[in-house]
Design a protein around this ligand. Structure first.
Ligand code: HEM
Length: 458
């Protein structure tokens, strides 16, 4: 059945650099997306001219690979991002570099192996089923609720259950969730000001509320961790057990308590709002494309016989996976992947100053009309392997590229396919405030205003 390939989901209309800047100032919501000028959607490299520090937006998949993989040592993680996150997650996997990063990555990779994800799947199903009970009440009462918040709760619950074998309803997990929301909102607003006016490697003071939230989150993670360090960590087969058991390949040493708190903080930070962001857009798009939602429901029922979704069904749902990949393309949760030039150098023959900010840009690369047919249209069938219609699948970089590629990509894909399959099998989603919906780039790609929805039981 042909799906509607010509649906154009909401996105800012790109303007000239000056008009883009004026739009951001008028909107006043710190949105980086509106700052991106028209040319950045086609040119492989674009200098953003309005900042004190030079900012280079990179759009071409080969150049992105050069920065993220081949010349990784010259272009480490961006100082502004590291400064914003280190109070929360120390020098952990997401922000570290060089030998420290290599040691951590080697110790953490096994915690996200296929086997671990298979084990985690039962916890994911438990969270989705519990959430469905809540959605049933919304369906019964025909009540409006925030899709953004619903997806944040669900993915936070999955992170709590798979990392710590705790549900989000436990009071500590709830406190961690609330403080993370506070952190993500407040830290993001610091970024745009600093991006435009800041000097390279300047130390940026975080608002007192952010510092306090970080301290509380670390304290709570420690409280959850201590009984596991005191007892037999292997007794529970969750991600914390795997990370506690991990050993440095050279020294045989485990992570210290502080290092464990850092790494667990990263799993919460990188593994919860990212997945929530893309799922929010998935169910919004499905509310606008009911034929696609119906096809998902039919596919899922055909594979599961109308019963629960099991781990082995995940691979048997290619259309659901394509919907996920297509929404990831249109709304990559990490809108820009930031790096910094450690020394003066060149990229594609262009001179780059020491301290220049290099923004690898999934947002524009995924909407580049030179790389993608109908780039701004929703067309999940473009990923159908039987009829590939676009030359450069390598242009899809939602999970990053090179050695720093997302450690949780398979985890997130399994989780998202399960949630899309299960919820589309059971409900139709209806958006109530369509006219308000536009994406903005904060810590992740989010709707500027929360999306209000109703659900209807199928
Ligand atoms: C749809 C969901 C997700 C998206 C789009 C996403 C995206 C990304 C991207 C783009 C990077 C690379 C950042 C860079 O190079 O600067 C990354 C790294 C990372 N992600 Fe994810 N992520 C997702 C889910 C997850 C999950 C579920 C976890 C864990 C529970 C996770 C943990 C991490 C970690 C630890 C890193 C750092 C890896 C390293 O530097 O070696 N992510 N992610």
């Amino acid at each position: 059945m042909p799906v509607k390939p010509l649906y154009r989901p909401p996105a800012p209309t790109p303007r000239s650099p000056l008009r883009s800047l004026l739009r951001v100032m008028r909107q006043g919501d710190g949105d980086l997306l509106s700052l991106v000028p028209e040319e950045a959607y086609r040119e492989p490299l674009t200098w953003l001219g309005y900042s004190r520090r030079s900012i280079l937006l990179i759009n071409d998949s080969e150049l992105c690979r050069t920065v993220l993989a081949d010349r990784e040592a010259i272009f480490p993680k961006n100082d502004l991002m590291v400064g914003a996150l280190e109070g929360l997650v120390g020098d952990s996997l997401f922000v570290s570099s060089g030998d420290t990063w290599r040691r951590q990555r080697q110790m953490i990779d096994p915690a996200f192996s296929h086997m671990r994800i298979n084990t985690a799947f039962h916890s994911m199903v438990g969270a989705v089923d519990d959430y469905a009970a809540l959605l049933d009440q919304h369906a019964e009462a025909s009540s409006d609720f925030s899709l953004d918040l619903a997806m944040s709760h669900l993915t936070a619950d999955i992170i709590c259950r798979t990392i710590f074998s705790q549900t989000l309803s436990s009071s500590i997990a709830r406190d961690v969730f609330d403080d993370f929301l506070l952190f993500e909102r407040s830290v993001a607003s610091v970024n745009l000001r600093q991006l435009i006016f800041g000097k390279p490697w300047a130390s940026v003071e975080q608002p007192a509320a952010v510092v306090a939230a970080c301290a509380r989150i670390r304290h709570h993670i420690g409280t959850l961790l201590d009984p596991r360090l005191a007892g037999n960590a292997d007794a529970m087969d969750d991600i914390v057990a795997a990370v506690i058991a991990a050993r440095d390949a050279d020294t045989g040493k485990p992570f210290t308590r502080e290092e464990l708190i850092d790494q667990i903080g990263v799993f919460f930070l990188a593994g919860h709002e990212t997945t929530a962001s893309v799922l929010t857009w998935v169910f919004f798009v499905l509310s606008q494309q009911p034929a696609v939602a119906d096809r998902i429901a039919r596919d899922v029922n055909a594979v599961t016989g109308g019963e629960a979704v099991e781990f082995e069904h995940i691979r048997q749902l290619p259309f659901v996976r394509n919907v996920f990949r297509e929404v990831l393309r249109l709304y990559p949760p990490i809108t820009f992947i930031p790096r910094v030039a450690l020394k003066a150098t060149t990229i594609a023959g262009k001179r780059v100053k020491r301290g220049a900010m290099i923004m690898i840009s999934p947002w524009t690369a995924h909407r580049n009309a030179l790389l993608w047919e109908n780039a701004d249209r929703f067309d999940p069938e473009r990923f159908d392997t039987d009829c590939p219609r676009q030359g450069d699948v390598g242009a899809h970089m939602s999970f990053g590229l090179g050695p720093r590629v997302c450690v949780g990509a398979s985890f997130a894909t399994t989780e998202a396919v399960l949630i899309i399959a299960r919820l589309a099998q059971r409900y139709r989603f209806h958006t109530r405030n369509l006219q308000d919906i536009r994406p903005v780039a904060r810590l992740t790609t989010r709707p500027a205003t929360e999306i209000q929805v109703q659900v209807e039981r199928r």
